[in-house]
Design a binder for this molecule. Sequence first.
Ligand SMILES: Cc1ncc(COP(=O)(O)O)c(C=O)c1O
Length: 466
Amino acid sequence: MRRLQPEDLLLVLGARPRAEVGAWLRDGLRDAVAAGRLEAGATLPSSRSAAAGLGVARGTVAAAVDELVGEGVLESRPRSGVVVADLDRRPRGTAPGPARPGAAAERPASVGAPDPALFPRAAWARAVRDAMRELPDAELGYPDPQGLLGLREALAAHLRTARAAPVEAEDVVVVSGVAQGLALLGEVLAGGLGGRRVVVEDPASPGVVGQLRGAGLEVVPVPVDGRGLRTDALPDAAAAVVTPAHQFPLGVVLAPDRRRELVAWARDGGRLLLEDDYDAELRYDRQPVGALRGLDPDHVALLGSVSKLLSPALRLGWVVAPAGVREALVDTKRRADLGCSVPEQAAFARLIADGAYARHLRRARLEYRRRRGVLLDAIARAAPHLPVEGVAAGLHLVVRLPDGDGEARAVSALRAAGIPAEPLSSTSAHPATWGVVVGAARVQGAPVPRVVEILRSAAEGAAGRV
Ligand SMILES: Cc1ncc(COP(=O)(O)O)c(C=O)c1O
């Protein structure tokens, strides 16, 4: 197979910028491989000659190559060096032909799911291999229902920086996603630690509401406006489930005075706040607002998972639990399923510890920010009056529509075009909440104008009939 020269790389990378040389090299190589401008199987020049030819430090080349090997874009082969991977051999899309019943392609993708093509397969595979090599035999019995200590330590360190919250390994309970965390905490509350009434935001994720009802709780919707949950409308209840960093689905951030009021409501009444931090690490215009838990660790349980950041297929999440509910939560987890898969937990701990998780998050953030920007630019050009809601964050966006007809048409046309979509009305207890929640993370390239056209015609068609 062909051995590439530094000049071949220069040809696909274009001129070297003055700053951010590492990103230029890494992103340029990734794009060139994805677009087929560097042929699969071709061998890269050595890092020494690439560095000399491109005029960059050797460490910069090594770091970019390392990252791309981790992503599966390049492959490191023992005797041949680093070669361009054959991305077509990666099972990334839908197999041709009719889907088998029950196959993933038959189930509609969630509006809040990340793009599976960005999953760092090679880095994950390496983390699993390394974790299994290091895992002592003693860890291959029934797990600690609170979670593998190594993962709890790695998560605590990550969350302290990423979410500006006080977190120690002993506070963390590993669960199989935010959904399970809510269900278990719901059981704890219903079992006597508080009571059965729980506030939810209106609108909210129907899945979340279902988890709470399933745990035997009575759900009390409280409206959300442009500054987040209406804290002036909080009723008496044992707890509240909130999405303060990025409200689901409306995408607003809870205003600072309301954050304080909410925490005071919890503290004064001995209540529990369940902070659903589902996508807080995906903020594109600034650092995410710190977790509510930072204001009062005794009254806030912080729930997160890898579902938006890596993949919901892993079913791996965490509850950073206040001391008052931790023991009951771990007991409930033990009764539910005896604990989460140890190899999976060990692999995730490895991914965090070796920096691959942070690299993936950086890359995912950049990519989703770019896609969101392209979609919003296209909307601004073709449909400038379309009411798109929410801050620059997350994997979905919401467009308000004036009536239920437009909502139904937009949802079915988007789904027919392969774009995840949900009616906004399905997220609200209020009868006239019309709109569409769009899985924006999946919208890129050719479908962009189609999505804009569907949204524009739903908004205008509906307006025309009013
Ligand atoms: C707002 C919100 N919270 C929680 C969840 C559940 O997440 P997990 O996959 O971690 O159970 C979802 C899933 O889509 C969600 O949208």
